[in-house]
Design a protein around this ligand. Structure first.
Ligand code: SAH
Ligand code: SF4
Ligand code: F3S
Length: 465
């Protein structure tokens, strides 16, 4: 059963919000949120900012002037944690200069006991930590910090909750995140997420549809449905709706917007789901399906529950329904025990599928996960394989980009490119980045662009009226 914040708890937290409001409201106090990590964290940060505004703070993009600073952390790889710790370290200077400011750390990193302890003992100026399943408790922690209560370090409770009704302050007025579920049950052996975000919890279909209807009404042009494994949506809900059911309901909502799913797990990619995404023109252009490795032996040790044949069958089905579909994936290079032969199999499969974009990562050992104790391969070998991997993929990406030359695509305009007043950055419905020159600002709108030039990482085009 999914676990939702109860009306009583919500009422209690509303009182904390009012209490903070009476302390800080109307004084021009500023709030700054620094976000690391994936789209789920970006979505969470928008909700955190929403809560802070309700408490009477104003949003600022300048950390130096903030009266409350929140770092929303990620723990997916060592690099992400190092960055988080360095930013938290930087914030110390503000607290030294102005002891009244509040500093909170939330997100995935804080849900690990060793990190929570580290923050408690080595970062004395941090007022509180808060896990991702307890965002609704923010006001309580802020009030406690303002009234100089004891520092609070909330490890995620046993049962992280879903709080409906938190009003996000969306960063964009035309692209929106919509979480459809939280947490993960898959325990891929390399991954920290199930330990820091808890078990899968799905939002009720009606709540998701209401949010999307609202976004459509406001004219949003792109909606990304978020979840660690959106394909297992609904399994924990009473009436067991599937992702296909959800997509079929979304298809009935009118509006000129495109929809991305982030992320699908191949083991749960059902025929009905593929049918649903390829049926709606708003979902059919792009599909992100993490592969992780091209070796069945490695996939097994990763606990991924599919083999390369199954993966290729899904790709075949997607391509048969839409030959122009843009396919993207995630690959980990240098997983423990990966042999040169395993690695070659990864190169073979990426050459066979020809992904438009690959988000590739060098394996980073995560304390507490099974792969942490497996036989590690050396940093040198990992880096050397990663270099070779990028070379192969860059050639593929370049070839696919060249093929787009001369064709016309509908793109959603993101805004001006840096450094050139007339250049704009946009993305195709397949999520590929296109730069073009224009005298008029079409930010947030769809326009048609003809591709005139392409290299490995960029597409350039001209606007077609
Ligand atoms: N839930 C998503 C992925 C979330 S994390 C899914 O299952 O696809 C995003 C990506 O980070 C993963 O797909 C994986 O490629 C990468 N990743 C996760 N843990 C990692 C680790 N320990 N080292 C390197 N990359 C990792
Ligand atoms: Fe991590 Fe695997 Fe869950 Fe994705 S499905 S979040 S990679 S454990
Ligand atoms: Fe990082 Fe947590 Fe996302 S670990 S990648 S912010 S789910």
């Amino acid at each position: 059963m999914a676990i939702f914040v109860s009306p009583e708890e919500k009422l209690k937290q509303d009182k904390y919000i009012s209490a903070v409001l009476s302390l800080v409201g109307g004084q021009g106090k500023k709030a700054f949120v620094y976000t690391l990590g994936c789209q789920q964290n970006e979505a969470d940060s928008e909700k955190i900012m929403g809560l802070l505004l309700q408490m009477g703070y104003e949003k600022t993009d300048d950390e130096k002037e903030a009266d409350i600073l929140i770092v929303n952390t990620c723990a997916i790889r060592e690099h992400a944690e190092k960055r988080a710790l360095s930013i938290i370290g930087r914030f110390k200077h503000y607290k030294v200069a102005r002891p009244d400011i509040v500093i909170g750390v939330c997100g995935c990193m804080t849900a690990q006991e060793h990190r929570a302890n580290q923050l408690k003992h080595s970062y004395h100026y941090v007022d509180f930590t808060l896990g991702t399943g307890a965002l609704h408790l923010l006001a309580e922690l802020v009030l406690n910090a303002l009234s100089k209560g004891k520092r609070r370090f909330l490890l995620d409770e046993e049962t992280p909750k879903i709080a409906e009704g938190l009003l996000p302050v969306r960063e964009s007025s035309f692209r929106a995140w919509v979480s459809i579920m939280y947490g993960c049950n898959n325990f891929c052996t390399y991954c920290i997420v199930p330990y820091v975000r808890g078990r899968e919890r799905s939002r009720k279909m009606q709540d998701i549809l209401d949010e999307i209807r609202e976004l459509a009404k406001k004219g949003y042009r792109e909606i990304t449905l978020l979840g660690q494994n959106v394909n297992s949506y609904g399994k924990d809900l009473e009436d067991k709706p599937t992702i296909a059911d959800l997509l079929n309901e979304i298809a009935k909502i009118e509006g000129d917007f495109i929809i991305h799913l982030m992320t699908s797990h191949p083991k749960d990619a059902s025929r009905e789901m593929i049918e649903a995404i390829t049926k709606d023109k708003r979902t059919k252009s792009h599909f992100h399906l993490p592969l992780q490795s091209g070796s069945d032996a490695v996939l097994k040790r990763m606990n991924r529950h599919y083999d390369t044949q199954r993966y290729l069958d899904i790709i075949k089905e997607l391509k048969s329904k839409n030959p122009d579909i843009v396919l993207t994936t995630d690959i980990i290079v240098g997983f423990p025990t990966e042999t040169e032969e395993d690695f070659q199999k990864t190169l073979d499969i990426i050459k066979e599928v020809e992904f438009d974009t690959i988000y590739s990562f060098i394996y980073s050992p995560r304390k507490g996960t099974p792969a942490y104790s497996m036989e590690q391969i050396s940093e040198d070998v990992k880096h050397e394989r990663y270099e070779r991997f990028c070379q192969v993929q860059n050639e593929i990406a370049n070839k696919l980009n060249q093929k787009m030359q001369g064709k016309i695509y509908r793109v959603l305009v993101d805004g001006k490119s840096k450094g050139n007043e007339k250049m704009y950055t946009s993305r195709t419905e397949g999520n590929k980045i296109v730069h073009f020159e224009c005298d008029t600002d079409h930010t947030g709108q769809f326009v048609n662009v003809k591709i005139t030039r392409a290299d490995t990482f960029n597409l350039f085009g001209e606007i077609i009226n």
